[in-house]
Write a protein that binds this ligand. Structure first.
Ligand code: ADP
Length: 526
């Protein structure tokens, strides 16, 4: 069926050279080009193509060609289909030649013979090398053997390149997952040096990935304190990870705590370290996935504060009500009417307190569920509301001096009067509660063309800077002896902020521990 050209003497050398080139090349396109060029020059052809079976399909797809306009490649499809169906017949060339001549006419080129070399890998035909030539020749069994050995080499080279390509694709996929993951991910080498470090982790830790890569793990993950588990370094020193045992993979390691960032701030992190071991059980890499658990921790804290606040605040009035009611009910005692009256007053007050607390809790839950809704918007004069509040609060505290300080022409603003009254009561109530030694509490107003401002200043215990940020959170109460003694749910300022923001305003605090605080809110005049 074929005849090798004159360089028959050099055949073996040529084959060797080709197989070397093939095995050193891993780029599939390059491999195909090499194979085709070699096949064409061995067979003395000027037109050729390589087609591979793809995804176990029934036909071959042309992936590389020489001597044909790429746009004409689809014309080869019927021929390739025929070859794909007849791989077992060792490519009957007579039939092929008929097809070939038909194709040659359509392509308008001079081709007389086609040589098809099946590429076989582990018993199945993975593709075909087709070379067309302008003359027909015959071949010896030796030639055929040689060509087949070339085709086998080619099949291996194609297979390797395909494997390499899929490993490469897999690697790119993994790199994309790693880079775009919302969780922080890093990969360490066996000496805990950082090999990969994704953007999310960079943002969490305040380390640009390019600077973190190459650093030692301990430099970048600087625990201020560990609350759960142990640091990677300690775990490694203690023998982590234990090798595979009875098909059980080694345990991952979980650590939780606060990490210091380069700028001195801290972040709460939960890190899971997964070990990658080699066949001998030695540690190759550690893959760390890192989660910012700040919000989770705050929510946990809030939950426990909520439980303790609610249980404390609910228990006290319930105990008082039960105590007074029980005393009044005693059959062996006779109470004068004044005692009965006073006891009933306490019961009523405490029931009110319970009612208010429940009301607050419901309001806070509703606020969280559907946001603040303002129902009765009308003209509201904060100076008038403040004057009423001062009058009421002054009767309850002899040690504080409540001072009103509003300009006479203080303007009204649109707003929900009942809600704004709650806010002012809350600020005034807090100013009194949190200045236990008494002193002046000044409630003053100011305005300009656009807005009105109300501020409440006390000379009480004050607030540390990090507390100033948190007191507007739901259920947050400063953890201190005074807060523990004072009634409260940590809902007042949370509700106040919601009311003010629903009006399009802002609320803030300025404070110094031991000196006092000023709470201030601003409402737009329109
Ligand atoms: P509550 O007073 O019911 O605890 P708030 O939401 O009104 O709840 O206030 C939250 C926390 O803010 C209080 O527990 C208190 O620690 C702090 N705080 C509020 N007002 C003042 C103030 N005027 N001075 C000092 N601390 C205050």
């Amino acid at each position: 069926m074929l005849l090798l050209p004159d360089f028959r003497v050099r055949q073996r050398d040529f084959l060797l050279e080709i197989s070397r080139a093939l095995t050193s090349q891993l780029n599939l396109d390059e491999v195909l080009k090499l194979i085709l060029q070699a096949a064409a020059s061995m067979l003395g052809g000027s037109v050729g193509l390589i087609a591979l079976r793809q995804d176990d399909e029934d036909s071959f797809h042309a992936l590389a060609s020489i001597g044909v306009d790429p746009e004409l490649i689809p014309l080869f499809d019927p021929l390739l289909e025929y070859l794909a169906r007849n791989t077992d017949d060792d490519f009957k060339t007579d039939e092929l030649n008929v097809k070939i001549r038909r194709l040659a006419r359509r392509l308008d080129i001079h081709m007389r013979q086609a040589i098809a070399l099946p590429m076989v890998m582990r018993g199945s035909t993975v593709g075909v090398i087709l070379v067309f030539r302008a003359y027909a020749g015959t071949s010896s069994p030796n030639d055929r053997l040689l060509l087949q050995s070339f085709a086998d080499q080619a099949a291996i080279a194609v297979h390797n390149a395909q494997l390499y390509q899929s490993v490469n694709q897999e690697q790119q996929r993994l790199a994309a997952i790693l880079d775009h993951s919302a969780d922080g991910v890093m990969i360490l080498d066996e000496g805990q040096r950082i090999l990969r470090f994704n953007k999310a982790l960079g943002r969490m830790l305040g380390w640009p990935p390019a600077e973190a890569i190459g650093q030692s793990h301990g430099v970048v993950i600087h625990w201020e304190h560990v609350d759960q588990g142990q640091s990677l370094e300690d775990a490694l020193a203690a023998g982590w990870p234990r090798p595979w045992r009875d098909d059980e993979p080694p345990d991952s390691l979980y650590v939780e705590g606060d990490v210091l960032r380069p700028d001195g701030s801290r972040i709460s992190l939960g890190i899971t370290y997964a070990p990658l071991l080699d066949e001998q059980g030695a540690l190759n890499n550690v893959i760390a996935s890192v989660r910012d658990i700040t919000h989770f921790r705050q929510a946990e804290e809030m939950k426990s504060t909520f439980i303790s606040v609610v249980s404390h605040e609910l228990k006290t009035p319930v105990a008082l009500i039960k105590g007074y009611a029980g005393t009044l009910r005693r059959k062996d005692a006779r109470w004068d009417s004044e005692t009965i009256q006073r006891s009933l007053e306490v019961i009523e007050d405490e029931a009110d307190r319970l009612g208010e607390l429940i009301e607050n809790l419901l309001a806070a839950s509703k606020l969280q569920a559907d946001g603040m809704r303002l129902t009765n918007i009308g003209d509201v004069n904060l100076a008038t509301i403040a004057a009423h509040s001062v009058e009421r609060f002054q009767t309850q505290t002899p040690i504080h001096k409540l001072v009103l300080d509003f300009p006479p022409d203080f303007p009204s603003v649109p707003g929900d009067e009942m809600r704004l009254r709650q806010v002012i009561d809350n600020l005034l109530g807090n100013a009194i509660k949190y200045s236990p030694k008494g002193g002046e509490v000044r409630i003053s107003g100011a305005f300009d063309d656009r807005s009105v401002t109300l501020s409440v200043t006390d000379h009480g215990v004050g607030l540390a800077p990090d507390e100033q940020e948190r007191i507007f959170e739901r259920f947050y109460r400063v953890d201190g002896a005074l807060s523990r003694k004072t009634q409260g749910t940590g809902l007042g300022l949370y509700m106040a902020r919601a009311v003010i923001e629903a009006h399009g305003g802002q609320i803030s605090v300025e404070s110094q521990p031991g000196v006092g605080s000023t709470f201030r809110f601003t409402l737009p005049r329109e």
